[in-house]
Design a protein around this ligand. Structure first.
Ligand code: AMP
Length: 293
């Protein structure tokens, strides 16, 4: 596995890779790797001759451009991450410092703007987050020029924004969304889970429980009680609800549904547990639609 800490080293590694591999799959990450990231790498390996993964905690997508506790406390464990990537069969890891990515000021002058799409849901609670994501992902696409790039469905709005980025800015590559990987207790794997105490983790399980109840009700063509689901999270011990919304699975536009669902949808949610903010989502598929799949 080749490790590149600068854009120049990345270019050299890519030249080496391209001399004997045809297609490249890109897996962007912020490190602190877990089985969710490993499943993105596995999907990329299956469809490409070579896999490039990036590890970069991108300050632009955090509050105050990274001048916040969430950025400072974000787990960083490069050596362990490199071992995992090597074991998963990654060919090149790009792990730059902030100044390497954005120059001496650490902030670009020109950004990708995600507009209304980046201002809803996660974006409403994290202003500027998706502009930071789209800006770094556009840079990674230009630096690596992959054939395909892999993103987790765990970050459903991110997938929708990136698909739109590729369409609107004509990036010549395919975006693949990979299903959510969960721990045995049901919690979606996340680098932020490392910061949960045992009590926090137990409290956090209210989120996947509420999502799976909604999925079961949708599958049984039973009426969905979205407000009831919100109330369950508001009343759950140790949990502070940020949002829970029913949205169109492709556009993430809000859906107003009274009664049973008549087409597939997504329920997206965020909660705070202790000092940690967790997100999750679930596909809601009415029985008739599931049979057609
Ligand atoms: P992050 O390092 O948190 O920025 O995540 C890097 C990529 O891994 C993103 O595309 C995430 O959506 C994806 N990812 C994170 N957690 C999971 C998970 N539990 N299952 C599937 N993909 C995930």
């Amino acid at each position: 596995m080749l490790i590149a800490r600068t854009k120049k080293e990345l270019a050299a590694a890519l030249a080496e890779i391209r001399s004997h591999h045809r297609s490249i799959g890109l897996v962007p990450t912020m490190g602190a790797l877990h089985s969710g990231h490993a499943s993105l790498v596995a999907a990329a390996r299956e469809e490409n001759d070579a896999v490039v993964a990036s590890i970069f905690v991108n300050p632009l997508q955090f509050e105050a451009l990274g001048d916040c506790d969430d950025y400072r406390n974000y787990p960083r464990q490069l050596d362990a991450d490199l071992s995992l990537m090597e074991a998963e069969g990654v060919d090149v890891v790009f792990a730059p410092e902030v100044e390497e990515m954005y120059g001496p000021t650490g902030v670009p002058l020109l950004w990708v703007r995600t507009g209304a799409m980046g201002e809803r849901l996660e974006g409403a609670s994290r202003p500027g987050h998706f502009d930071g994501v789209a800006t770094v992902v556009a840079k990674l696409f230009n630096l690596v020029r992959p054939d395909r790039a892999y993103f987790g469905q765990k970050d459903a709005q991110q997938v929708a924004v990136i698909r739109r980025l590729v369409a609107d800015l004509d990036f010549p590559l395919d975006i693949r969304a990979v299903p959510i990987i969960r721990a045995a207790d049901g919690l979606a794997e996340s680098s932020r889970n490392q910061r949960l105490s045992d009590t926090d983790r137990t409290a956090a399980l209210a989120l996947p429980r509420v999502l799976s109840t909604l999925a079961e009700r949708a599958a049984g063509n039973q009426p969905l009680d979205i407000e009831g689901a919100r109330a369950q999270l508001r009343n759950a011990d140790g949990v502070r609800l940020d949002h829970l919304e029913l949205v169109d699975a492709a556009t993430l536009e809000p859906l107003a549904v009274s009664g049973a669902l008549d087409r597939p949808a997504l329920v997206v949610a965020a909660i705070h547990v202790g000092a940690v903010r967790l997100i999750d989502n679930g596909e809601l598929i009415p029985a008739g639609d599931r049979d057609l799949r």
